[in-house]
Write a protein that binds this ligand. Structure first.
Ligand SMILES: [Zn+2]
Length: 486
């Protein structure tokens, strides 16, 4: 009995119990795994496995294979992806099982599909569960240790295109099973939105519960138009337990892939969706009403049970906003650098009907704010320099992984009452403010002071992104669209 045979048998047993591997396909799948591993000596051992997730098995596989010289530590991820793919259902089989569940309950369908993506190791849930996460000042703050920090908006424009052009970008459906970027275990399911073919997949490094992406089957650039609002509403018709939203289709204020039309959503109600109304407005002719949110960003929430009326009204707002200039507020619709105004819509379905929250955004820059006038201001860049996209605009901040260690150090200096050393001076603002919080209530500890400070900074970053700093200006803007206070 050799170690390799043992782990291969354990993996096959795991796939039988967790990945839908049928008895009829067992020999075939085991041979596919042996093929991936270079056809080593093998003899059946009868080893079994009761794990529900693949991490421990994959660790064991790596340690056995690295000892035997089958692959190196650098190739670990690639081999894990190849082995798990050999043990997983084909995309068509996954789609059939998903569609069958969807007939009875969309929640059971998405729960099953998400669970499958964790079990086949596409969604790196065990890594995600290690990300620090806390709520502070009505916002959620997470530190993403699993995903690298993107600071380059040019990459977003190209959609992180691959050399050679296949797949055209990181989210094209051609990534399903693709060796590029180790997406062999990627599985997707079909969607039809406003008559167009789309698909749904989960994010390997999701930021929240069941974080997924709805993607156009065509590689076509991000845009927001009337059909976007219809598609978003249709998505929550299919998955009423999810929210779904679309990033603003412009650099600096949108997502990391602008080259390919897609939405982001999942099974968590984010803070902005819970924000209460500051003012309520109506318009004769609109079958519904709007709420100006009590929220640091500029957001108008459209509430209606009529999907077409909702889409018409949201599109009227979008069309007005993209053409809107108010130079005294720094808002310029278009100049020699191009169009600057865009909206980012995000919807949930509640007892009141559809609640489409439309976030007004501007990506304009100035000499004072070269990264964006309505972007996180420079004093906050040590905490967050990346684009404030849809997820953050809804109150869930994803901070870069480097912060965990850096802020731990700052915490120590506060606790010991020492000055910051030169290498940490970029955190002077955090240090000074957290020190005050700490001194005001030392019993809570320096770590709590840092958390409160981070929540406060994230709130101020959202204020930076507000295009109307005074909510009355939002009311005035809606009045120009025929709405009145009610
Ligand atoms: Zn694409």
């Amino acid at each position: 009995m050799n170690d390799l045979s043992v782990i291969v048998d354990k993996l096959t047993c795991y796939a039988r119990k967790n990945l839908g591997l049928s008895a009829a396909d067992e020999i075939y799948a085991r041979n596919a795994v042996l093929d991936v591993l270079g056809a080593p000596d093998y003899a059946y051992t009868g080893a079994t496995c009761s794990d529900k997730t693949p991490e421990k098995l994959l660790e064991e596989l790596s340690s056995v294979c690295e000892n035997m010289g089958i692959f190196t530590a650098d190739e670990r991820e690639e081999y894990a992806d190849r082995v798990m793919n050999a043990l997983s259902l084909s995309p068509q089989n996954v789609r059939m099982r998903f569609a069958w569940r969807l007939k009875n309950s969309s929640k059971s369908a998405t729960d099953w599909f998400y669970d499958y993506c964790v079990k086949c190791d596409y969604v790196k849930k065990s890594k995600l569960d290690k990300n620090p996460r806390f709520e502070e000042g009505g916002l959620i703050v997470t530190i993403n240790k699993a995903k690298p920090e993107f600071r380059d908006p040019k990459k977003a424009a190209s959609g992180n295109a691959v050399k050679g052009g296949y797949p055209k970008c990181a989210i094209c459906r051609e990534n399903e099973g693709c060796p590029v970027r180790n997406k062999r275990t990627l599985r997707t399911v079909d969607l039809t939105l406003d008559g167009e073919k789309w698909f749904w997949q989960y994010s390997p490094y999701g930021y929240f519960y069941q974080h997924g992406i709805a993607i156009n089957c065509q590689h076509t650039p991000m845009h927001v138009d009337r059909s976007t609002f219809v598609k978003l509403a249709e998505f929550v018709d299919i998955f009423p337990h999810y929210f779904i939203g679309c990033n603003a289709p412009l650099p600096r204020i949108g997502g990391s892939v602008l080259a390919h039309d897609h939405f982001q959503g999942g099974g968590e109600i984010l803070p902005m969706h819970r924000a209460v109304a500051w003012r309520r407005m109506e318009r004769s002719g609109f079958e519904g009403f709007v709420e100006i949110l009590d929220w640091p960003g500029t957001v108008i929430r459209f509430i209606s049970r009529n999907k077409q009326a909702l889409a018409d009204e949201c599109e009227r707002l979008r069309a007005k906003w993209v053409a809107y200039s108010a130079p005294e507020l720094g808002i310029i619709a278009e100049d020699e650098q191009g169009v600057h105004n865009a909206v980012s819509p995000t919807v949930i379905k509640t007892g009141r009907g559809y609640e489409m929250n439309v976030i007004l955004r501007s990506n304009i820059t100035s000499d004072t704010y070269p990264d964006g006038v309505f972007h996180a201001h420079p004093e906050f860049h040590s905490i967050k320099k990346e684009s404030i996209g849809l997820i953050e605009a809804q109150g869930l901040f994803i901070l870069p992984g480097r912060l965990e260690g850096e802020l731990k150090e700052v915490e120590g200096y506060i606790e010991r009452g020492e000055a910051l050393p030169e290498g940490l001076l970029q955190f002077s603002l955090v240090y000074e403010e957290a020190k005050q919080l700490y001194n005001a209530s030392p019993a809570e500890g320096a770590a709590a002071a840092i958390r409160r400070e981070l929540g406060s900074i994230c709130g101020r970053i959202l204020e930076n992104t507000a295009v109307f700093k005074d909510r009355q200006l939002t009311v005035n803007f809606m009045e120009e669209l025929g709405f009145y206070l009610k």
